[in-house]
Design a protein around this ligand. Structure first.
Ligand code: FES
Length: 95
């Protein structure tokens, strides 16, 4: 069983196994997402979860702290931290 991930900026729709990290899906799909640290410290992978926020893994305390420091609204996440558990639509924001 797979999940559908829609990268809105490119209008790119891909399928992936449930439980795949969003950044892995993005890189595999060739979506335009910049990333660096993969450890909640650079923010370059920030995305808006336009649909399916409840299909994303819970944010860790580290991710929550980083996003709080940016005053990011609750629909923003770090693609390097999100594990996709259902269909989502994503808009890349960056820092
Ligand atoms: S790659 Fe640095 S916060 Fe995600």
């Amino acid at each position: 069983m797979g999940v559908k991930v829609h990268f809105l900026l490119e209008d790119l729709l891909v399928e992936a196994p449930v439980g795949t990290p969003l950044l892995v899906i993005a890189v595999g799909a060739g979506a335009d997402i910049t990333f660096g640290c993969r450890t909640c410290s650079c923010g370059t992978c920030r995305v808006r979860i336009a649909e399916g926020l409840d299909h994303c893994s819970e944010a860790s305390p580290e991710e929550r702290d980083f996003l709080a420091g940016l005053d990011a609204p609750p629909d923003q996440r770090l693609a390097c931290q999100v594990v996709v558990q259902g269909d989502v639509a994503i808009e890349y924001l960056g820092l």
